[in-house]
Design a protein around this ligand. Structure first.
Ligand code: 13P
Length: 340
């Protein structure tokens, strides 16, 4: 495998001080997000929302790559430019979510596994012709005193590694996303224990599938207490998360781009900042948020074209705050610089 192009894509994605915007909600997920502003999920509304996000002035100062949903790759901005082409013009790398979602894992009650490996190499050829250069696959792990089971840990690791190997061979940088879910009333220690098991299994599987670690990115969840319990302060989240990453993620991996997973936008920023204050780390620690970047923008937009500029300012503000957090230079007072 010639890794020259993969290395170029990685270098573009990890550029200082940037992170990634996840705008790859599947149609059922975006329907839920739109329901929060009373908007119907039609193809036209999805296109309009992605047009607001991708066209935000100043976004490329803080965002190096955007993960798109398959439908968005084939859609166009209002002026007729295809969305991937628009991103190229803005110096942003286009990515695509390639998993087909999760289903219950047979014979393992409460566990789930992600589908989408069959035919993946063929789909990647199409996405490449449309302009995508990196990909994402999400595995989820439910947490309880007995979940996730060993079978789910192993099967999801296997699928993530197979996906990553197929991507690299097709010229795509894979983002490997194992998400330990925040739902539940578990302690931060339980989340830490599960996250360590999960990441250990994922890197074992990546090794078995001969994935080139220098040409992939990891997108993990942070180590957090379950959302039905009290929040943990950023210093505690940072200490647990960095400790687990140091035990499990080889230094050859160039970047770790966290998901936000149901944290508030400000929490996700403060937690990332606290981790970077513990540096130096062997890998870049940055962001790849969907909700924690989009929520304030979506609330400002409400489906009304008259609110486009306000929504774009809200998005770029959050991206800038997270770019500061990537450098360990975020202060909550900076929130007042906001979006006016
Ligand atoms: P959140 O940041 O909303 O968790 O989404 C990230 C993502 O890409 C989920 O797959």
């Amino acid at each position: 495998m010639d890794t020259t192009e993969l290395q170029r894509t990685v270098a573009a994605l990890v550029q200082e001080p940037k992170g990634l915007l996840a705008a790859d909600e599947s149609n059922p997920t975006i329907a839920k997000r739109f329901a929060s502003i009373g908007l119907e999920s039609t193809e036209a509304n999805r296109r309009a929302w992605r047009d607001v996000l991708l066209g935000a002035p100043g976004l490329s100062e803080a965002v190096s790559g955007i993960i798109l949903y398959e439908e968005t790759l084939g859609q166009q901005a209002a002026d007729g430019t295809s969305f991937p082409q628009l991103l190229v013009q803005r110096g942003i790398v286009a990515g695509v979510k390639v998993d087909l979602g999760k289903v219950p894992l047979a014979n393992s009650l409460g566990d789930e596994v992600t589908e989408g490996l069959d035919g993946l190499a063929k789909r990647l050829q199409r996405y490449r012709a449309q302009g995508a250069r990196f990909a994402k696959w999400r595995a989820v792990y439910n947490v309880s005193p007995t979940l996730p089971g060993q079978l789910a840990v192993k099967e999801n690791a296997h699928a993530l590694a197979r996906y990553a190997a197929i991507c690299q061979n097709a010229g795509f940088v894979p983002i490997v996303e194992p998400e330990v879910l925040i739902d539940g009333d578990h302690t931060i220690e339980r989340c830490r224990e599960v996250t360590e098991q999960v990441l250990h299994a994922v890197f074992h599987a990546l090794h078995r599938q001969r994935v080139v670690l220098e040409c992939m990115l990891l997108k993990p969840s942070m180590v957090l207490p379950g959302k039905r319990g009290p929040n943990a302060p950023p210093a505690e989240v940072a200490q647990h998360t960095v400790a687990v990453l140091r035990r499990t993620v080889p230094a050859a991996v160039p970047g770790i781009f966290f998901l936000s997973g149901g944290q508030s936008p400000e929490e996700a920023t403060a937690n990332l900042d606290a981790m970077n204050r513990l540096g130096a780390h062997p890998w870049v620690l940055s962001f790849s948020y969907a909700r924690a970047l989009q929520e304030p923008a979506l609330a400002a937009w409400r489906g009304d074209p008259a609110n486009t500029a306000a929504a774009q300012r809200a998005l770029v503000h959050r991206a800038r705050m997270n770019a500061r957090a990537r450098e360990g230079r975020y202060e909550p007072e900076m929130e007042n610089e906001a979006a006016h």
